[in-house]
Design a protein around this ligand. Structure first.
Ligand SMILES: *Cc1c(COP(=O)(O)O)cnc(C)c1O
Length: 409
């Protein structure tokens, strides 16, 4: 079977572009993949999707990869939507869920986007790919490039979590540690494009990663029986998750596949140490200024400037959502509290969302009976460096243990 893609569309001005070339951007801004939704409606249905294998590929008619044999996959299963009554009670909410993306290959939701981008790059004959990354995207890209038999070049800030560096190295990528942040890495990838002839799979600089991230929204809709929740909190960096989910909801609505027309309020969460989208949202701006001296423990959202900034801001405004910045101390506190409350493998980026949720409930922006979903975009295993282990008590098995004293400590 072919695809239902009709064309690509420039997000900045609606220019129509052909689908049969590997295009990147238009006026240095991202492209949308557009589908013949009328034909999709004839060919697919929610019931049919639900009967297929439980992977992100079940929504085939809304995806750009022409044939199943062309998928570059590591088994991207539908991720669990976990009710969180204990954490909900702590925050004052009756209906809280976590969509747990830590179950995906390479331990983060980045695999959705990379599976799609690498499949399409291979479809168009690409043999060498490059990426600037804050961490997880580089690990995922290296893994999918390996799976596709492609050469991968990964550029990471030198203070990227060691796990991310190691996973890219282990997958056989050429890995470079850059003295700077992700935008500096991006500059290097652009410089190398001409001499190195690689294809740049940066966030939103090619149109297909977004289509992969879109499956988060499709899955969520299906898990809520095609009736979307009231509020979605998403840790926002480059913005593909936020924008991709919103695109999924719009497409489902246009298809008539939703049981209610009510759309969720989308909340972008960032660290106070790197909050370009929050600042632009609060100032009512169309684009976000680069955030100076970006720093945060939530490395996945350390993105001081994004080419899709206006698309994120559009999502927040169209959905009547909001943007919240939380300090790193609160991020660490709520990552630990949420993990201890529910046993879910929370990354600090999701911890930021829980911290933001606390503020929004306290402020009354979210009502206690509303349905709320937090996205856990990666697993805690990647963030061992944030856990203070040197204060743990050490025991000598040859010495008598004072259990009473230990119990009190
Ligand atoms: C990349 C990343 C994000 C930000 O995702 P975007 O969709 O690019 O905004 C959030 N959390 C984690 C763990 C990430 O790796």
């Amino acid at each position: 079977m072919g695809t239902f893609v009709t064309h690509l569309e420039a997000a900045i001005d609606g220019t129509r572009l052909p689908k049969d070339q590997l295009l990147t951007m238009h006026q240095d801004r991202p492209l949308w993949v557009r589908y013949d939704l009328e034909a999709v409606r004839q060919a697919a249905s929610p019931e049919q999707w639900s009967r297929r294998e439980a992977t992100m590929w079940r929504y085939d008619e809304l995806l750009p990869v022409p044939r199943p044999q062309e998928r570059v996959s590591l088994g991207e299963g539908i991720t669990p939507l976990l009710p969180c009554p204990r954490l909900g009670r702590e925050l004052g909410l009756e209906q809280l869920w976590v969509k747990d993306e830590s179950h995906l290959p390479t331990g983060s939701f980045k695999s959705r986007g990379q599976a799609m981008a690498i499949s399409m790059a291979r479809h168009f004959g690409v043999q060498r790919v490059a990426i600037p990354t804050a961490g997880n995207a580089g690990g995922a890209m290296a893994a999918y490039a390996a799976r596709a038999g492609m050469e991968a070049w990964v550029f990471m800030p030198e203070d990227t979590p060691q796990v991310n560096v190691a996973e890219a190295v282990l997958a056989g990528a050429r890995v470079f540690l850059v003295r700077g942040v992700i935008t500096d890495c991006g500059r290097l990838v652009r410089q190398g494009m001409e001499p190195m002839q690689w294809f740049d799979v940066s966030t939103l600089k090619e149109p297909y990663r977004l289509e992969g991230k879109k499956t988060m929204g499709l899955e969520l809709a299906e898990q809520f029986q095609w009736q979307l929740p009231d509020v979605i909190l998403y840790p926002t960096g480059g913005g593909t998750g936020l924008i991709g989910m919103w695109k999924a909801f719009q497409e489902l609505r246009a298809l008539g596949f939703l049981r209610s027309q009510r759309m969720p309020r989308m909340v972008a969460v960032q660290s106070a140490g790197c909050a370009p989208v929050v600042r632009a949202f609060e100032r009512g701006e169309r684009f976000a200024e680069p955030f100076p001296n970006p720093h945060t423990v939530a490395s996945g959202i350390r993105v001081p400037a994004a080419v899709g900034d206006f698309m994120m801001l559009d999502v927040l405004r169209e959905s009547q959502g909001t943007a919240v910045a939380v300090p790193d101390e609160e991020i660490l506190l709520w990552t630990a509290r949420a993990t201890a409350a529910e046993g879910i493998s929370f990354c600090p980026e999701a911890g930021a969302c829980v911290a933001a949720l606390k503020h929004l409930v306290d402020r009354g922006w979210i009502g206690r009976e509303e349905q709320v979903v937090v996205f856990n975009t990666a697993g805690s295993q990647k963030y061992g460096h944030l856990v203070p282990l040197d204060q743990l008590p050490r025991l000598d098995p040859d010495q008598q243990v004072d259990w009473d004293r230990l119990a009190e400590a």
